[in-house]
Design a protein around this ligand. Structure first.
Ligand code: HEC
Ligand code: HEC
Ligand code: HEC
Length: 128
């Protein structure tokens, strides 16, 4: 009736195919790799919560740009009640001192390359 040999071979091939992605990740270490951005300051908090910053920093930067360019306002009232000067170079990059080890580490991983640095500046860390 049924060919047991063929069925078993089929099942084995199916299982191998099913596990190839896991094996691949296991061998290359990809599944467990997450970027480790170096914060770059001894300050304890960002302008907003870490969770907010992690997911929404690009929106915040966009909002900052609009506030300055459209409204000429250079103060940002954060949700923690503090006021920060709207300045990507003088505020963000004063705390996040090593762009390569902070911004770039995540961006390389995520495959994004914001073109902000054609115009905005950051301090290069010595030795690069
Ligand atoms: C073509 C040049 C150019 C590029 C590219 C550019 N900007 Fe700007 N940006 C400016 C100029 C000019 C101003 C106005 C400067 C001022 O009034 O301080 C500005 C202002 C800003 C401000 C408010 C002032 C400050 O210095 O923080 C923010 C925030 C900002 N840009 C973020 C960004 C981000 C984020 C990117 C990348 C996604 C970006 N910009 C790309 C030219 C540029
Ligand atoms: C006063 C210093 C300071 C300033 C200014 C600052 N940050 Fe932060 N930032 C921090 C600290 C400290 C953390 C880590 C917070 C924590 O662990 O709770 C952080 C976290 C972050 C994170 C999340 C990192 C992660 O591992 O998830 C991003 C993204 C970020 N900041 C981007 C920015 C941007 C963009 C600006 C400017 C709009 C900025 N920061 C301004 C100190 C600062
Ligand atoms: C915790 C990881 C992480 C850190 C740290 C981080 N970013 Fe990002 N950033 C991302 C991710 C992920 C995206 C892409 C989000 C998307 O498009 O879904 C992004 C997108 C952006 C964008 C929008 C890019 C575009 O082309 O639309 C800007 C601008 C930006 N980041 C600026 C910064 C700056 C400036 C810093 C350093 C002060 C920084 N980021 C640090 C993860 C990070």
């Amino acid at each position: 009736m049924y060919d047991r040999g063929k069925i078993i071979t089929g099942i084995i091939i199916f299982l191998v195919l099913l596990f190839i992605p896991f094996l691949y990740n296991f061998i290359t270490g990809k599944a467990t790799y997450v970027p480790e951005p170096v914060i770059g300051t001894s300050e304890k908090e960002c302008v907003e919560s870490k969770v907010f910053m992690r997911t929404d920093h690009m929106k915040l930067l966009d909002e900052w740009k609009e506030t300055v360019v459209r409204h000429g306002v250079r103060n940002y009232k954060a949700r923690n009640g503090k006021t920060y000067t709207i300045d990507i170079t003088g505020t963000c990059m004063e705390c996040h001192t090593d762009k390569e080890k902070f911004c770039d580490r995540c961006h390389n991983y995520a495959g994004v390359e914001p073109k902000c640095w054609n115009c905005h500046v950051y301090k290069k860390v010595a030795g690069r």
